[in-house]
Design a protein around this ligand. Structure first.
Ligand SMILES: Cc1cc2nc3c(=O)[nH]c(=O)nc-3n(C[C@H](O)[C@H](O)[C@H](O)COP(=O)(O)OP(=O)(O)OC[C@H]3O[C@@H](n4cnc5c(N)ncnc54)[C@H](O)[C@@H]3O)c2cc1C
Length: 489
């Protein structure tokens, strides 16, 4: 028995990268919406993300002399997706990124500040907002909060979808130990992915059961929305398409020892397998390159070796290790000093002994690497790693950080049509039910395919959130649905 009942035109489950844009669309169409967010504040994984979005044909690209078109981006996207990208959704997204993501986000108060190269792209198109994902989400959340017809309910976890005569008519939720029933004309599920639920990851990727794999998405990415939708007969697709990263180490502060910490910006480090051999160009860290290289090792883990000055650049992608957009170096040092997955020694020889690799191979690899600097080479000969941002290993203490694969992004999920209506196994919409963002494999079910060009998670999540919100509002009697402005000649 519910403690209270509420009524809105649209109920949105999840206040992250897709849920907040969905709310903005409902609000702008004139409908009322409740955003149910289980955490203390909105933002989700999107707020801790790098914020990078794959966007095409922008003023920022033009200011760098880059000519980019949806056609060029589409070719890169489909090729990189390894044959399993949803081409219809990819095309739809890419044509809409300029007006319906870049300018739209600016209009909500975000600012695009720079771009970065990402593997698989022929031009720079990964656009970073000011203050990363937090900056983008802060602007969007403020926009939603300013709308009188949007009610944001934090610390409110959604439980079960409510149905009547085969139609979704609301959702149950709990807040402060009270049960609420929220009735609505349609529900948008925007609960994010499932990469912080190791059991679900191992269920779809059983081959990882024999290795150590870490949970690596936002805290709320537990797959609750997938379960709710599956219960109602929603079709889940490409669930095994998970983007793993390997520059991550277990979070020793996690009592369950399941979470991983990604650390970036360590250009000098080199990686060793347990045989004491380097096996990859460490400056190429993407999910389609570094991940298969590490997984091919026996056992499938590695040691990232750094000397003392290199640790100064270490950026741990977790809110505990940052103050806003600034690295908290004291916390990073705390990690280096305390993690049982990190070894420290005053000589490379002692470090090699501590990590129990083949010592002769280990020392000879470091010597070869250092020789490349002594010879004034621009790249080291073994894998062609550029030495521009790197240095010799010569300043103790030396550190070895143990790396394991980390499940980061879901490229598969709930199948939807181009209106984000959830489809059943007959590919027919379940009345009143919409899904957007990572729960729907970022958009539509599997917009990326096996690999992502980067920026192709948050971008499609925000975009599909808008699409879902606009069409849900339309179904409830508000607005024309999602129209947008495609970037076509
Ligand atoms: C560290 C990190 C960096 C990243 N960087 C990038 C990047 O630079 N570019 C890029 O494209 N992608 C990036 N990603 C991926 C991207 O952030 C996500 O794909 C995106 O945020 C997904 O948006 P979403 O709205 O689907 O999920 P989220 O943003 O995670 O939002 C889902 C929300 O739903 C809430 N929720 C879940 N279940 C319930 C429930 N039952 N009741 C109520 N609320 C619930 C969650 O608490 C959460 O707030 C990154 C991911 C990580 C982990």
């Amino acid at each position: 028995m519910a403690n209270s009942m509420l009524e809105f035109d649209i109920a949105i489950i999840g206040g992250g990268g897709a849920g907040i844009p969905a709310a903005i669309e409902v609000g702008r169409a004139g409908g009322s919406a409740a955003v149910l967010e289980q955490a203390e504040e909105c933002g989700g994984t999107a707020a801790i993300s790098g914020g990078g979005c794959c966007i095409v044909g922008t003023p920022l690209q033009k200011s760098h002399g880059i000519e980019d078109t949806p056609d060029l981006a589409f070719e890169d996207w489909v090729k990189w997706g390894g044959g399993s990208a949803d081409e219809v959704w990819a095309r739809y997204y890419l044509e809409h990124t300029l007006h319906d993501l870049y300018y739209w986000a600016e209009n909500c108060g975000a600012k695009w500040v720079d771009m970065k190269f990402q593997e698989g792209n022929r031009v720079l198109r990964w656009h970073r907002p000011e203050n990363n994902g937090l900056g983008l989400m802060t602007a969007l959340i403020k926009t939603a909060e300013s709308m009188p017809n949007i009610k944001i309910m934090t610390r409110t976890g959604a439980g079960k979808l409510l149905t009547k005569n085969g139609r979704v008519v609301g959702v149950t939720a709990s807040s402060n130990n009270e049960t609420i029933e929220i009735f609505s004309k349609a529900v948008v599920v925007a609960t994010g992915g499932f990469n912080s639920n190791l059991d679900m990851v191992l269920e779809v990727r059983p081959e990882f059961q024999k290795f150590r794999v870490m949970e690596g998405s936002g805290f709320g990415a537990k797959g609750i929305g997938h379960k709710m939708i599956k219960e109602l007969g929603g079709y889940l697709t490409h669930m095994d398409h998970i983007w793993f990263y390997v520059y991550a180490t277990p979070d020793y502060r996690d009592p369950q020892q399941r979470r991983g910490l990604v650390f970036r910006m360590t250009p000098g480090y080199i990686w060793f397998n347990q045989q004491g051999r380097r096996f990859h160009n460490e400056s190429v860290t993407g999910g389609a390159s570094a991940t298969p290289a590490l997984l091919a090792q026996n056992p499938p883990h590695a040691w990232a070796v750094l000397d003392h000055p290199m640790t100064a650049k270490m950026d741990v992608a977790d809110p505990y290790y940052r103050r806003g957009d600034v690295i908290d170096h004291a916390k990073v040092q705390e990690l280096l000093d305390n993690s049982p997955y990190i070894r420290k020694a005053d000589s490379l020889e002692d470090l090699g002994k501590k990590i129990e690799v083949d010592l002769a191979s280990f020392l000879s690899e470091v010597k070869d690497y250092n020789d490349a600097f002594d010879r004034g080479l621009e790249t080291e000969p073994k894998f062609g790693k550029s030495l521009k941002l790197s240095k010799r290993f010569d300043t103790p203490p030396y550190y070895a950080i143990q790396l394991f694969p980390l499940a980061r992004k879901n490229f598969g999920g709930v199948k939807t049509d181009l209106r984000c209506r959830v489809l059943n196994k007959h590919f027919e919409p379940i009345p009143g039910l919409y899904a957007a963002g990572e729960v729907s494999g970022m958009a539509g079910g599997h917009i990326n395919g096996r690999n992502g060009l980067e920026g192709t998670m948050l971008g499609p999540s925000v975009f599909s959130g808008r699409v879902a919100g606009a069409w849900a509002a339309h179904e409830a009697g508000f607005g024309p649905g999602f129209v947008g402005k495609p970037n076509r000649p």
